[in-house]
Design a protein around this ligand. Sequence first.
Ligand SMILES: [Zn+2]
Length: 260
Amino acid sequence: MGFYKTEAVVLRNRDFREADQLVTLFSLDYGKIKAVARGARKPKSRLRGGIQAFTWNDLMLHTGRNLDIITGCDIRRSFYFREDLDKLTNALYWADLLERILPEREANPALYALFINFLQVLDSLPDNPKMTDDYRVLSHLFELKLANLAGYRPDLNQCGYCQKPLTPAKGRVWFSLGLGGVVCPVCVQAPEAGFLPLSLGTLKIMQYWLGMPVQQFYRLKVTKSNRQELKRILPAFLEYYLEQGISSGKLVRDLGDNLP
Ligand SMILES: [Zn+2]
């Protein structure tokens, strides 16, 4: 391919060889790319600013034998979350999920646009320790929308067994990790492995979320018990589809667990 251009957000960077950095990018045109920024650890490198995590760039690259080479960057916006540990933890978690879920070199423009939207919304929230619950809700919204756009849209409208539309007036239903959606209380009457209880209130939130623009997330009231259910269901749902045991994923999860 030789030289090529694309816009991209940096998911992660790490030291590589003597003065280089290895950068994982989520690009608009080619999906996930791993590329080398040569000499980027030198103080005067022109690439230095553009390859920091969560920087949104127009990039110039060159095809390499194994890894592509970043030859130039033009920063659109740097999302800089280092002053707020809560924000940083959430952004790292999203980047980690994306890194794990995105196949190499497969464009997903809708998911790309979604990720930028989430970074913008996160950046616009006030830096305030009292916002922790809102950040959590935002991350659950990200999990659901990511699942949807990555090809794992959960079926939230009809029972995965009897296929009947889900219209219970009260009580709760079940979320099946294996079926990737809801199951009615007639088909499952008692807890079984892989079935998580789901209240109708939380189900309604999930149904609404699938069609809701990210910017409106704070308009919908999410109670503590809704949050607890979302926390039990959505990460488990994603994990079900992801390979286990990747250390960076575990690190971010542990970091998240340690927050109040
Ligand atoms: Zn059923």
